[in-house]
Design a protein. Structure first.
Length: 662
């Protein structure tokens, strides 16, 4: 059934009721729904859409015989189309046109009073979804008209079958390309900062990868993603890099560290006079048989919005994969929620996997979405079965479209943040298209001391829940913060690429009560800085000077060390409380002055992914980079690629080049 999505508008008093009465119901719904969009496309497009929207049997016989198509007015097919055009025009007078109509999607509430509100999908994605559908209707209608003129002898039954097939195909394409209800938070891009005036850059680590899989979904669907869907750090961190893990026995100055730190510097490929600094963290590896016991609660959204194969169907497959990886002493509970929540499976040992699989198989979707109630119940079940020293985690699978109960983002985030204090972490796995609520789910995972992924196919589920299972489930360090201290004698200015929603104030680095990011077993974290070296001739961003003080003089270390920066790191053990002190250590980073072509494969591949992300975001800092460059740099740095993820990236960069002018 055709379901109009555009905002409801009132009908002018002078609208001709006779013609309304003569329109078949499906055509009338199409006219009312598409008027705001089609009003910017001209009369011909509106007429084409009206004819294509008529019931297939009526349109087929009318096209073949030329008989009247209106049920009351006795109008011919052409007059019928003209009536629909009048309907479109009348409704359009009362509604915004073109892209403005697409902006009438309510944005979710801000996460706090000072945070910007999340933005609806904008730009190429929704415009392509709506207007490309109009173009397709126009092309198909013209083809049908031409075919009807040349094949009038063709039996009406065969023409009817052809029309039904084309209408079905068109509606399916519209369904797959309808991203108008998806929500993404705006991302103000990091700017260049003066190393003399602002030498400290502080942020929390991020191991989420949801943005990459979501961007892949857009590109495979033939659309560029909206800028808010592109978090560059998540694109870069999607890939495995060959960083050495920390030594098991430590480095001689204390207890073994949970992660090692690596740095590399070379020329920036999109701005050759600049440097690109790569900072890499590698978490301690853990064999599957050394994994702590798990107390897992599958929190599954079974509301009506999940009723499709790429949502609840894929959730069942993903959770089946995870269940097959569990040991006999692990425990799984299943909590489901729709209009209300309930316990679909009480705590069940991993030695009875069939009971878990049967419970998953019995799930069906229907009803509204009371996510808040489901979260409450899931955490209660997790606490009742808490394993001291084990993995206690809620795994939320949803499209994020909560619409009853606690629905506003700030309340949901506060609830999860409070629950995390009890030692239960949260993994958020997003599913589906059309109403996907990315902004909400990214914040829930962040405040729930967990991680966030987007599952667009079974291959992605296998990556997160089989290949990287210990990293997904087992936290080896929490509240991990990075503070880069730039040397003003060597650096004029710098810019952190990505991590916009992970930035922290400089004074928060040693405030151990401040929440930061988590690192899982075997996880790699990569951060990139673009640096303008001293002596390049480029001026630093101008910072107003205080009336009462002047900037401090460079220290001896600044002048004589040969270092671009020092990377300071701070972290806590996984079971530490907010009151427990953190551990801190530092790694100096000299300027190697190397060429980009001579850098490691991992370095060059990460740079290619970052350039790709900047181009998708429309960054003013992408320099000379084009999508073709990103594809070429990545292709030259593919290296070992056992699962084909890097090869896939090259294809996505080439697809982006075809879809854009960059």
């Amino acid at each position: 059934m055709f379901r109009p999505r555009s905002p409801r508008v009132s009908r002018p008093a002078a609208f001709p009721r006779r013609r309304l009465a003569g329109l078949p119901p499906l055509a009338l719904l199409a006219a009312l729904a598409l008027a705001p969009t089609l009003s910017g496309c001209g009369e011909e497009e509106a007429r084409d859409a009206a004819v294509l929207s008529a019931p297939a049997d009526e349109a087929a016989s009318a096209a073949a015989s030329g008989r009247p198509i209106g049920r009351v007015s006795g109008e011919t097919a052409e007059e019928y189309a003209d009536a629909a055009v009048d309907a479109f025009d009348a409704e359009a007078d009362m509604a915004p046109v073109g892209g403005e109509a697409l902006q009438q999607i309510d944005a979710p509430l801000a996460l706090n009073e000072n945070a910007p509100a999340a933005e609806p999908t904008s730009g190429p994605a929704p415009a392509a979804g709506a207007l490309a559908g109009v173009a397709a209707m126009k092309a198909e209608t013209r083809a049908l008209r031409a075919r009807g003129a040349t094949e009038q002898a063709r039996p009406a039954e065969r023409l009817e079958e052809s029309l039904v097939e084309r209408q079905t195909d068109r509606l399916e394409r519209e369904r797959l390309s309808d991203f108008s209800r998806e929500q993404y938070a705006p991302i103000p891009e990091n700017r260049f900062l003066s190393a003399r005036d602002t030498p400290l850059s502080t942020f929390a680590v991020d191991v989420d990868t949801a943005s990459y899989a979501n961007v892949r979904r857009f590109l495979k669907n033939g659309q560029l993603p909206p800028p808010g869907a592109v978090r560059i750090e998540e694109l870069v961190n999607y890939f495995r890099y060959d960083y050495e893990p920390p030594p098991a026995e430590g480095d001689g100055d204390g207890e073994p560290r949970p992660f090692a730190v690596h740095a590399e510097v070379a020329a920036c490929p999109w701005a050759p006079d600049h440097r690109l600094v790569r900072i890499g963290l590698k978490g301690r590896e853990m064999e599957a048989d050394a994994r702590p016991l798990c107390n897992l609660v599958f929190l599954l959204d079974v509301s009506g919005s999940m009723n499709s194969d790429d949502k609840l169907g894929l959730v069942k497959q993903a959770m089946t994969l995870l269940t097959q990886q569990l040991g006999e002493n692990d425990t799984v509970s299943i909590v489901v929620y729709a209009g209300a929540s309930g316990l679909a499976l009480p705590p069940t040992g991993g030695d009875d996997p069939q009971a878990i699989l049967d419970a998953l198989d019995n799930l069906a979707a229907g009803g509204s979405t009371n996510g808040g109630e489901g979260i409450e119940l899931a955490y209660r079940v997790a606490r009742e079965n808490f394993i001291q020293g084990g993995v206690n985690r809620v795994i939320l699978c949803t499209d994020g479209d909560f619409n009853v109960g606690v629905t506003d983002d700030s309340s949901l985030v506060a609830m999860v943040e409070e629950k995390a204090k009890a030692g239960v972490s949260l993994t958020v796995l997003g599913f589906g298209t059309g109403n996907y609520q990315d902004a909400k789910m990214e914040q829930l995972a962040d405040k729930g001391d967990g991680n966030y992924g987007y599952i667009d196919d079974l291959r992605e589920a296998r990556k997160m829940l089989v290949e990287q299972l210990t990293g997904t489930l087992v936290t080896i360090a929490k509240d991990v913060k990075i503070q880069a201290d730039f040397n003003p004698a060597a650096v004029t200015s710098y810019r952190l690429i990505g991590y916009e929603n992970r930035k922290m104030a400089a004074e928060d680095f040693r405030d151990d009560a401040k929440d930061a990011g988590e690192i899982g077993a075997g996880h790699a974290v990569t951060a990139l800085y673009e640096v303008v070296p001293a002596g390049s001739g480029e001026a630093a961003p101008e910072t107003p000077q205080s009336k009462y003080q002047t900037p401090g003089e460079p220290t001896e270390a600044a002048v004589n060390s040969g270092e671009l920066l020092t990377v300071n790191l701070r972290y806590k053990a996984p079971d530490a409380t907010k009151e427990d002190p953190a551990t801190e250590f530092s790694v100096p980073v000299p300027d190697s002055m190397g060429a980009f072509e001579d850098a490691s494969e991992d370095y060059r591949f990460a740079a290619a992914v970052a350039a790709f992300g900047m181009l998708l975001r429309g960054s003013e800092h992408s320099g000379t980079a084009k999508f073709g460059d990103a594809a070429a740099w990545a292709e030259a740095a593919r290296g070992e690629d056992p699962h084909g993820y890097r090869e896939e990236f090259v294809g996505l960069a080439e697809q982006a080049a075809r879809l854009s002018d960059r």
